[in-house]
Design a protein around this ligand. Structure first.
Ligand code: SDX
Length: 373
């Protein structure tokens, strides 16, 4: 009998092995490549290939991936019809959860061999981005746009959502966030997808579980929650006043802290530098004063550091994206990490089933219903 250990929230528990990413205090790497190196020298399509196939693509492999993405990108009309029927006040993460599940009935990939699963993952990359873009067009009473040939995945997503080709800065920054969000070993949503894989269920079910898990503000939903927090302030002074009250009331500040990183999130450092440049370029440095008015006391007094969601929310905001799109963009990226973990679990599986510690009533006898009070 294996020795049972109890750790609330599985904190500090190694629940499995992975070759996909290493999340350490000193570094984050995807399949041995440091995140700073990837951020500087690759695109999201290259990172997707790295996660799904185990290595960065050659030029030929990259164009094959891009060709496959282009082939599967157009949404089935049935999916667009469903998007039209979902009430306009439904949050985008709920739209994604139900629409990806529905889109699974039109999955163009047959089979469940590893290469079939990789092709299904590429299809899920395309359909998640397509659903987000189409929904935001419909919310503006515009018709969904057909894909425009020749655009990168990031540029295509923005083009189909906004209706015009994005500028180089917006494309590069969205692509950077997709790289940073793509994978993070056994985070809650990825672990959820691995649990689904461990029962030998299907990849679409696993991704729907991932979407539902990521939505929570303690996880991926933090990028929207952090921006909604910042958006309430019209000055750094207002933000300073608010953070004091938050300390007094012991409120959780969204976009800060991390279950693993205790000295800062490597991704936040990378993105924050880009965010400061973007704010300068757009003459929006007031936002950085507000941003720092929350960050500085959290870091200097509480030693609680920004995670990736804190700079990401404001980055998307300065790019003019609607706040309800932020966590869905996280999905459009993390779907690659989720699928890579689904495949890894499926290829070397053991059912994931932890124990629990019972703290309920002691054993007791059933009384006839007439005697129950
Ligand atoms: C993501 O796991 C991943 O890898 C996730 C992710 C990924 O890429 O998949 O990195 C993405 O989910 C990032 C996290 C986004 N979530 C948020 O920003 C929500 C706010 N953060 C907190 O809720 C919290 O930091 C968690 C949930 C992220 C981590 O919480 P833990 O590990 O359970 O830590 P804890 O709640 O036990 O906190 C330890 C102490 C507590 O103080 P005490 O009760 O001991 O006095 O630190 C405090 C907490 O109150 N604390 C915070 C805080 N985070 C921790 N206090 C105020 N604000 C915060 N954000």
């Amino acid at each position: 009998m294996v020795e049972a250990i109890y750790k609330p929230g599985l904190e500090g528990v190694i629940a499995g092995e992975t070759t996909i990413a290493a999340v350490e205090q000193t570094s984050l790497s995807y399949r041995g490549y440091n995140i700073a190196d990837l951020a500087e020298n690759t695109t999201f399509e290259e990172v997707a290939h790295l996660l799904l196939y185990g290595d960065l693509p050659t030029s030929k492999q990259l164009s094959q991936l891009q060709t496959t993405l282009a082939q599967v990108r157009p949404l089935p009309q049935e999916v667009i019809q469903v998007l039209r029927k979902i009430p306009t006040d439904v949050p985008m993460m709920d739209v994604l959860r139900s629409t990806l599940s529905f889109a699974g009935h039109f999955d163009p990939v047959k089979g469940d061999a590893p290469d079939d699963l990789r092709r299904r993952a590429v299809w899920l990359m395309a359909v998640s981005a397509g659903v987000v873009a189409a929904r935001f067009r419909l919310l503006k009473n515009r018709e969904p746009l057909d894909p425009k040939p020749g655009l990168s995945h990031a540029a295509q997503l923005l083009y189909q959502a906004i209706g015009e080709e994005p500028d180089e800065t917006a494309t590069r920054l969205l692509d950077l966030t997709l790289i940073l969000y793509a994978e993070h070993e056994y985070n809650a949503s990825t672990f959820a997808t691995r649990i689904v894989a461990s029962t030998m269920s299907d990849m679409v079910s696993a991704i729907v579980a991932g979407v539902g898990t990521l939505k929570g503000p303690l996880h991926g939903g933090a990028n929207e929650a952090a921006m909604n927090m910042l958006a309430q302030f019209d000055s750094a002074d207002a933000a300073s006043k608010w953070i004091r009250e938050a300390f007094e009331k012991k409120h959780k500040v969204m976009g800060f802290g991390h279950r693993v990183y205790k000295n800062g999130d490597h991704r936040a450092h990378i993105l924050e530098d880009e965010l400061r440049t973007l704010a300068e370029q757009k003459g929006q440095t007031k936002w950085m004063e507000i941003y720092d008015a929350i960050k500085d006391p959290m870091v200097n007094e509480k030693k609680i550091y920004p995670n990736v969601d804190y700079p990401c929310g404001l980055t998307y905001y300065l790019l003019g994206l609607p706040i309800d799109m932020y966590t869905p963009l996280f999905v459009c990226s993390r779907v690659t990490g989720w699928c890579a973990h689904f495949i890894e679990q499926a290829m070397n599986n053991r059912l994931i089933r932890p124990l629990s510690r019972y703290t309920g009533p002691a054993e007791r006898k059933v009384a006839p219903i007439a005697q129950r009070v």
